[in-house]
Design a binder for this molecule. Structure first.
Ligand code: URA
Length: 487
């Protein structure tokens, strides 16, 4: 019997070197006693390292070829704490020489056992990724802050899991200490040790933040205690700041769900109430809701109840076009902005002011124009108290094209001015770079022309004063095309 001593702390190369030497010397698995360093041998003597056997004549100088799947499996299995893992892996390795498809025999007892150990290591690594909670170490405020975490894995998984943390938390210095080794990371890189670390017991303000965060994302209506404790086993709780909340949250869950149900029933979303109110007044006035209204005023009332795309849910109201019922010139923008959404009128905010300024500089009376938008609801993302404008997507523009088509049919403009790419797409169904179509007089329909220019918001976004002045001049020139067309 040959005894092999290993440190056995998840280091694959340690086992591989020993296994390779044994295999090359044709040593049968049952003739090897795999032990941890310092452990007693089968013969009860204290372990002493023994020299590895010399390779057999046939094997001398030959590399041991093993399937890649075995290497991956072995790299996981050596991280397990099960003492028999080294013998199991050597048995598999030895058999693979003559049973090349061995790993595919899922009913084989050795394969079953190896896969079981591999799964348990994988799960442990997954839990480490999910349950490590860093705590800040107060110190000098440099560009990199320092954090420590204490974690108690079941297996020797620190080395294989640490690269995940190095990628995820590359901008901070950290140490993850565990009873099965530790990993430290700073600007110079990652260092892993297999030495057991002393327990760290730190509290910090981030613990309170975790608790607030957890209490907020906890959804009592989706609570499944069994699934939750399977995903977050109790043995991890002692190192999770949020775990102290769990029993209370579970106990209150039923009550909270009842409260939520009652609230939900008595408070429909705001836009439902708004739509109901508007639909009711439309019905009272005999406005048809399933066919286009024959007048602009009717169409405007119909559009107030529009739910063709989800933008109506967050917007305050529909912002419909404005101007004479019959106008020679129709101007189409993109969509209402924050101020237009609140006022219910197109082009009254900063872009509208710029537009008005340019019109008056070239002598066009806005009152003579019919001014509308490709999309009739404001699209935005809330950020604190502000609502940040978002560009409408193609689906939203397409959903709203119906309204613009009705407006064009009723207003019968001779010239339509598209300000920006969204307006051009809505009017033509074509997506082309603005630079290709800008400033040109094109035909849309028999007696109708289309002139394309930039959107005034584009001018507002320009930072450089000189560029802004030049672009404003070009915008003016484009709009002069309107006057020239009617001369
Ligand atoms: N931008 C537009 O496209 N339309 C408006 O009504 C306001 C800003």
């Amino acid at each position: 019997m040959r005894t092999v001593f290993l440190k056995g702390r998840g280091d694959f190369t340690e086992w591989r070197d020993a296994a390779r030497a044994l295999l090359q010397a044709d040593v049968e698995p049952q003739a090897v006693d795999w032990r941890l360093a310092g452990e007693a041998t089968l013969l009860e003597g204290a372990g002493e390292p023994q020299p590895m056997p010399a390779p057999s004549v046939a094997a001398a100088g030959k590399a041991v070829a093993v399937p890649a799947a075995f290497l991956a499996l072995a790299q996981s299995v050596v991280c397990h704490t099960q003492p028999a893992r080294f013998a199991l892996l050597y048995r598999l390795l030895f058999r693979l020489r003559h049973e090349r498809q061995l790993l595919e025999i899922v009913s084989d007892a050795d394969v079953i056992e190896a896969l079981k150990l591999e799964k348990s290591v994988r799960r442990d690594s997954h839990k480490m990724k999910a349950f490590v909670r860093f705590k800040e170490v107060p110190g000098e405020k440099g560009p990199r802050r320092s954090f420590v975490a204490w974690f108690e894995p079941d297996h020797f998984i620190v080395a294989r899991t640490a690269p995940f943390f190095a990628r995820r938390f590359a901008d901070m210095d950290w140490l993850i200490a565990t009873p099965k080794g530790s990993a430290a990371f700073n600007a110079e890189g990652l260092v892993v040790s297999d030495q057991p670390a002393e327990k760290l017991d730190r509290q910090d303000v981030a613990d309170d933040l975790w608790r607030v965060y957890y209490a907020n994302i906890f959804n009592p209506a989706r609570l499944k205690v069994k699934a939750m404790t399977a995903e977050m086993p109790k043995k991890y709780w002692k190192n999770l700041p949020e775990a102290s909340l769990i029993p209370g949250l579970i106990a209150q869950a039923e009550e909270k769900v009842k409260e939520m149900a009652e609230k939900a029933a008595s408070q429909p979303p705001l836009f439902h109430a708004r739509l109901r109110e508007r639909a009711a007044t439309a019905l009272l006035s005999d406005l048809p809701l399933n066919a286009p209204a024959p007048t602009l005023a009717g169409l405007r009332r119909q559009a107030e109840c529009c739910t063709r795309c989800p933008l109506h849910c967050k917007a305050t109201q529909t912002v419909f076009g404005e101007g004479p019922d019959r106008a020679d010139i129709m101007v189409v923008g993109e969509q209402p902005g924050d101020q237009e959404d609140l006022a219910g009128r197109a082009f009254v905010g900063p872009a509208g002011k710029l537009f008005d300024g340019v019109l008056s500089e070239i002598g066009i009376d806005r009152q003579a124009l019919y001014v509308t938008n490709a999309v009739k609801h404001f699209k935005y993302e809330p950020r604190g108290k502000r609502r940040i404008h978002q560009k409408p997507n193609q689906g939203e523009i397409e959903a709203c094209r119906w309204w613009l088509g009705q407006e064009v049919d009723l207003v019968q403009p001779k010239l339509v001015v598209a300000m920006g790419a969204s307006a051009y797409f809505s009017l033509t169904g074509e997506k082309r770079p603005l630079s290709e179509v800008r400033g040109k007089m094109m035909s849309i329909g028999e007696d109708r022309r289309l002139l394309v220019t930039v959107h005034p918001s584009y001018l507002l976004r320009l930072q450089d004063g000189e560029v802004q002045r030049r672009e404003r001049q070009l915008f003016q020139n484009d709009l002069r095309g309107v006057i020239e067309y009617f001369m």
